[in-house]
Design a protein around this ligand. Structure first.
Ligand SMILES: [Fe+2]
Ligand SMILES: [Fe+2]
Length: 337
């Protein structure tokens, strides 16, 4: 594991005055020039904290996000759909792994991060607290939720912190596969029987607004946006990303013959964008603060999965320790010979 402790203390440099501010000026100049900040580089504490919060929240969202879809693997309607869904859910676990590893480069341990999730201190995306009631929901999640994740995450491939930016490049490639598999499920339902099409419409009706909430509060109410933008972590604001998502998705819904559940939705030629209705922020905050339809179930399932997997982690660690000890003994024997 890297930590930034290798070269983090600006007072250890031999500049005579105001070491921290000199280091901070150098740091900000590097950000302005679009240089990547790496784990061994000096960074302001606020930058490190912002990144730990954002990357770990992102990692938690990936692993909690496995739960609403994981329950549908055995119920997918064909072997092909099962295989695809299994691969998709497994990808999300992989995304969690890359992101926890990226967070660890900032000097926090995996245990600390997971403790924060399990104790309710750390947040994850509010969308995963909604129920997956029908097979159409699996399609809608891929189409809309992974679609919204791509909008949010593509700009992060250019974020200022190297390990996060590099993890995002691979994640975005996989998310784009997820989005297409979801769209394909919804398309198949829309081309099927009237009941199947109705199932797709009903699912879109339930997921549309929670998906728009995924982009977070309006820019005017977002506490973290300013700092994250100044540090080159966040490149596009919540409202701009949400608008981009609406503009792209309306055409996709039209193609499918589905209607978006928003009577206020209309093209605004002057702005060159769709206008859309008001988001229910009370619902958003209720779900973020633990009162969503599935918050309790998700945490219960995540903690049980963690506890039930403890013996596997213990066995893997014991095996790795044994192999390492054997390698040391072998090296010692070779030296003695
Ligand atoms: Fe993901
Ligand atoms: Fe995904």
């Amino acid at each position: 594991m890297y930590t930034q402790a290798i070269d983090t203390d600006p007072t250890s440099r031999n500049s005579p005055t105001s070491h921290a501010s000199v280091a901070e000026d150098v740091f900000l100049a590097r950000i302005a020039q679009d240089e990547k900040i790496e784990p061994q580089d000096w960074m302001p504490e606020a930058y490190r904290k912002t990144l730990v919060r954002q990357i770990s929240q992102h990692a938690h969202s990936e692993v909690v996000g496995m739960l609403p879809e994981g329950g549908w693997i055995t119920r997918a309607p064909s072997l092909r759909r099962k295989e695809i869904l299994l691969a998709k859910v497994q990808d999300e676990g992989g995304h969690g792994l890359y992101l926890y590893s990226a967070a660890e480069t900032l000097g926090v341990s995996r245990e600390q991060l997971i403790d924060a999730l399990h104790s309710g201190k750390a947040k994850y995306s509010s969308i995963f607290n909604y129920e997956t009631k029908t097979w159409a929901d699996i399609g809608t999640i891929g189409w809309l939720v992974d679609g919204a994740a791509i909008m949010n995450q593509v700009p992060l491939c250019r974020c200022s912190y190297g390990p996060y930016a590099r993890a995002m490049i691979r994640i975005c490639k996989e998310e784009s596969f997820h989005q297409r598999q979801g769209f394909d499920i919804v398309r198949a339902l829309c081309e099927g029987t009237p009941e199947q099409k109705a199932m797709a419409q009903e699912s879109l009706n339930r997921w549309w607004w929670p998906t728009l909430m995924m982009f977070g509060p309006h820019d005017s109410d977002s506490t973290h946006t300013g700092q994250a933008s100044a540090y080159g972590i966040k490149r596009i604001s919540n409202d701009d990303l949400r608008q981009k998502f609406v503009d792209v998705t309306v055409a996709q819904a039209e193609f499918l013959g589905l209607s978006i559940p928003d009577p206020a939705l209309r093209w605004n030629a002057e702005r060159g964008h769709y206008d859309f209705g008001k988001i229910d922020w009370d619902e958003f905050w209720r779900v973020v603060n633990g009162q969503g339809p599935c918050n309790e179930a998700r945490m219960h399932d995540r903690i049980s999965a963690f506890e039930e997997g403890r013996w596997v982690r213990d066995a893997a660690s014991a095996h790795a320790a044994k192999r390492a000890a054997r390698a040391v003994a072998r090296a010692g024997a070779l030296e003695a010979a």
